[in-house]
Design a protein around this ligand. Structure first.
Ligand code: UTP
Length: 305
């Protein structure tokens, strides 16, 4: 049996999702759908396609729906079987297959003290290995190599902590962690600094670190110190930054379509884009969008809305 280099993936999912209130008052943000699939399921599918063997979900209060989603629903299966709905049973079987392909472990972050703290909560389950971190908000779709697989390959080549980076418009740098780099070799950037949410003037580049990481055990040692950063929260990027110099840290410009579903505009854009790619929905949406464009140009509300 071959031992995989990166076997475990942490999904921090204990945040309060305040940007989506009121829908997130009693429902996890990670369960909001892109068309008809929760964002966290896209992430788990990516982890499996990247060779991950164990997913560690960091959850908090009010996140029961995530556990239920990856569990079987015998009642629902029975209901659909009785009605001969093999088409819908097939969809349930697909979700069930995910939790058969890897082990899903749940751990509680008792207080939402930041992304870094959520990752640190999983430390004992990681057992001193390099591991992946995926943020369900950042959905990255690719017909070729999944984004996480690209990171794991870069880790295999370099032995480094790996960040998934993408160029962003200069006027948006203050929304992201921005890397400073000494340059790239074979598409792999050596990271010399990471600046969390810099002003336009202070941004060392336009390369933003997005929600996929492979982290070395040394990052956990830094998280252990519990030093709060922006928003008084314990930040993952700060801990990675503190390992620079003693540990290798690289970034790769990943290939794939990136959807930031963590904000309402980004979420709506992602839903619309994916719905337009779906046969059966596109045909419904095209006339509606045309009508919306025409009526908004005329300044009146569209018919039927
Ligand atoms: P976000 O900042 O995007 O999520 O964190 P949030 O805090 O839930 O959302 P807002 O800002 O209030 O709208 C990125 C990921 O890290 C997790 C979140 O669940 C999300 O998946 N997270 C964040 C934790 O698990 N614990 C935390 O303490 C903070």
């Amino acid at each position: 049996m071959t031992t995989r280099l990166v076997r475990k993936a942490i999904f921090p999912a204990a945040g309060l999702g305040t940007r989506f209130l009121p829908v997130t008052k009693a429902q996890p943000k990670e369960m909001l759908p892109l068309v008809d699939k929760p964002t966290i399921q896209y992430g788990v599918e990516e982890a499996i396609a990247s060779g991950i063997e164990q997913v560690i979900m960091v959850t908090g209060g009010g996140k029961r729906a995530i556990v239920d989603h990856f569990d079987r629903s015998l009642e629902l299966e029975h209901y659909l079987e009785e009605r001969g709905r093999s088409d819908l049973l097939h969809i349930l079987a697909e979700v069930d297959a995910l939790s058969n392909e890897l082990v899903i472990t749940y751990i509680q972050q008792k207080e939402p003290r930041g992304l870094g703290h959520a990752v640190w909560t999983a430390r004992l389950l990681v057992e001193g290995e390099a591991c992946a971190v995926l943020l369900a908000d950042d959905v990255i779709l690719n017909d070729g190599e999944p984004c996480l697989k690209q990171l794991i390959d870069a880790h295999r080549k370099t032995g480094a902590t790996v960040l998934a980076v993408r160029r962003v418009p200069r006027n948006e740098v203050s929304r992201y962690g921005i890397i400073a780099t000494a340059g790239a070799k074979n598409g792999i950037y050596e990271v010399t600094d990471v600046v969390e949410k810099p002003s336009l003037e202070d941004a060392p580049s336009d390369l933003a670190a997005l929600g996929r990481y492979v982290i070395l055990p040394a990052v956990f040692d830094e998280l252990e110190k519990g030093e709060p950063g922006a928003g008084k929260e314990i930040q993952l990027v700060d801990a990675i930054k503190r390992t620079i110099g003693s540990q290798p840290v690289v970034g790769i410009e990943f290939e794939g379509d990136y959807y930031d579903t963590g904000t309402v505009p980004g979420y709506l854009r992602a839903n619309l884009t994916l719905a337009m790619k779906r046969e059966g929905l596109r045909e419904e949406l095209v006339p509606l969008l045309q009508e919306l464009l025409e009526t908004s140009a005329e300044g009146s509300a569209p018919r039927g809305l």
